[in-house]
Ligand binder design. Structure first.
Ligand code: TEU
Ligand code: CA
Length: 560
């Protein structure tokens, strides 16, 4: 297979609203990102993926777009964007845009027009409109991802429109060739500006079945999944997008594809698929419990390893993995998979980084992960800013269905707001994010956890990430090597071997507090330690048994 730049890259995700505020209105912005580019350059990342920066009424923080070719006012201007692109490119950093085209905002001109209806309205069929049932109720029982019905009645048209997310996010009708033209033209416009790729929001949901029967009840509503995820024409649409836009530029494309299996991933992003470069799968972060996704249970390590190992082996040589522990929709990695108690936070954050960055695929770092930022200590539902958490609390608790005491630990464990508290730059007011009033609470632990302190500490989580990134640039086995899991039955240790043309890596990570023992396989006798989270490079007597302290991780390297 031909090697591409995006296979060797490390991506850093920015959630612009929470990254850096340059004008003290409490909201992160593009000039703020520009002034932190040198920080990212020092970290060593190659690509920035920015969550949406387009004009939006912010019902879902920019994932509801009212104009694809304008910048959100709070974030700055198109000139600011051009400046950012130029400044990033000058540092050798590429910019990947978030592409949200399953739906628009209900304030997008297309929807405003569509809503007016009428026989000859060119926008009439831009969205998914259905007549009410005879009794006036919604066309079917589907629930939306953010609670409530997936259908909203429009008085003007006397019809319902489909919204798989909030009612301010109507789904586009991809069946309509004019919708596809409009989307592809818009994408081309951004490509001509010089952007380097797209992360495609819920791209697995753009094709819906023609028949829309009731779904199986899940929680309070019917599940739209079988009719809207990996729908009948999704691959036709993506092949058309590839032919008309993507193949004409040198881009990196990653599809956000909830519900994807390795088989399906090869259809979206197989080496010969002519659709996307890679997809995000969610199996390792989906742990449904008794309240749907609201769950504070940890996935057993054996299950986590099984899932990640299946993706490693099944895509090998066929498609490309994307690697992540967290993003703007997930809790903080160290709180979820590691241990965020002060005595273990740094150690376990480094362990998780080791485990992920030595896997095969393109790693994604979510802002603040490189500092070991943690979940937020929510005190009350009034702390929530996220539409999903606010609705979920209403639907499950305020409705009286589940007592607060039972639901609270579950919603706080996985609320998307955990990831959205401001980036912690230093120990001054509001963590150096803003001098104004931040739009969302700052995590009170910013005095201990912040970039400024970590930049001067050679032993910090930041410098550990920096080292992992530089190792990837030196050792092709990290990028291209095969994968073999060791100790599949262990609930404590995640260990695996990578191998490429006589070069071998042994990666050993302890996911527990208690001390463990690990036996280094024979073939690693005399190997060299590439990186470890136990202080300065310790000398490994690599024959036989080694002791693993709490959350210890190390990587051995050997050339045959
Ligand atoms: O997320 C889609 C998605 O499937 C979920 O991760 C979602 O955030 C939610 O947790 C469902 O329970 C994408 C974006 O990443 C997310 O921020 C947007 O809110 C969503 O699409 C709608 O655009
Ligand atoms: Ca601002």
């Amino acid at each position: 297979m031909k090697h591409s730049w995006w296979q060797e890259a490390v991506v850093y995700q920015i959630y612009p609203r929470s990254f850096m505020d340059s004008n003290n209105d409490g909201i992160g912005d593009l000039p703020g990102i520009i002034c932190r580019l040198d920080y990212l350059k020092e970290l060593g990342i190659d690509v920035i993926w920015m969550s949406p920066i387009y004009q939006s009424p912010n019902d879902d923080n920019g994932y509801d777009i009212s104009n694809y070719q304008a910048i959100m006012e709070e974030f700055g201007t198109m000139e600011d964007f051009e400046h950012l692109l130029e400044a990033a490119h000058a540092r050798g950093i590429r910019i990947v845009m978030d592409l949200v085209v399953n739906h628009t905002s209900d304030e997008h001109a297309w929807f405003v027009e569509s809503r007016r209806g009428g026989e000859c309205n060119p926008y009439g069929d831009y969205y998914i409109w259905r007549d009410p049932k005879e009794d006036g109720s919604a066309p079917n029982n589907w629930g939306s991802c953010f609670g409530g019905s997936a259908w909203e009645y429009d008085e003007g048209r006397k019809q319902y429109y489909l919204h798989l997310f909030s009612k301010k996010q109507p789904d586009l009708n991809w069946e309509n060739p004019r919708v596809r033209d409009a989307v592809f033209n818009m994408m081309t416009w951004w490509c001509e500006k010089g952007i380097d790729g797209f992360r495609m929001d819920v791209i697995s949901m753009i094709s819906k079945t023609e028949e829309m029967p009731d779904g199986k009840i899940q929680g309070f509503y019917g599940d739209f999944g079988p009719y809207c995820i990996h729908g009948p024409k999704v691959h036709d649409y993506l092949q058309e997008m590839n032919e008309r836009v993507l193949s004409r530029y040198d881009l990196m494309t990653v599809g956000e594809t909830p519900g994807v299996t390795p088989e399906e991933a090869c259809r979206y992003a197989g080496n010969h698929a002519h659709e996307l470069n890679m997809v995000f799968q969610f199996e390792h972060v989906d742990v449904p419990g008794k309240y749907g996704k609201w769950n504070d249970e940890k996935m057993p390590l054996t299950v986590l390893k099984k899932i990640l190992s299946r993706w490693q082996t099944e895509l090998y040589g066929r498609a490309w993995n994307s690697l992540f522990w967290d993003n703007h929709d997930q809790p903080r990695a160290v709180s979820r998979f590691g241990n965020d108690k002060p005595q273990y936070r740094t150690k376990s954050a480094k362990m998780l980084a080791t485990c992920l960055h030595m896997l095969q695929g393109t790693p994604y770092i979510y802002q603040g992960e490189e500092l070991g930022m943690t979940n937020y200590p929510f005190e009350s539902p009034a702390d929530f800013r996220d539409i999903e958490s606010i609705h979920a609390y209403k639907e499950w608790c305020e409705s009286g269905k589940v007592p607060h005491e039972a639901f609270w630990p579950c919603i706080t464990a996985v609320s998307r707001d955990n990831a959205r508290t401001p980036m912690q730059w230093d120990d001054t007011k509001n963590a150096g994010f803003t001098l104004g009033k931040p739009w969302i609470f700052v995590n009170p632990n910013y005095r201990e956890i912040n970039a400024k302190a970590q930049l001067v500490d050679p032993d910090s989580v930041f410098h550990y990430y920096q080292k992992l990134i530089s190792l990837r640039k030196q050792h092709p086995v990290i990028v291209y090597g095969g994968y073999q899991l060791l100790l599949p039955e262990s609930e404590e240790i995640f260990a695996y071997i990578r191998e490429l043309e006589g070069e071998m890596l042994l990666v050993v990570c302890s996911f527990v507090e208690q001390e463990m023992e690990f036996t280094v396989p024979e073939e690693f006798a005399g190997a060299q330690c590439l990186i470890t989270n136990c202080g300065l490079q310790q000398d490994f007597n690599t024959a036989g048994a080694v002791r693993l302290g709490a959350y210890e991780a190390f990587v051995l390297h050997k050339k045959l």
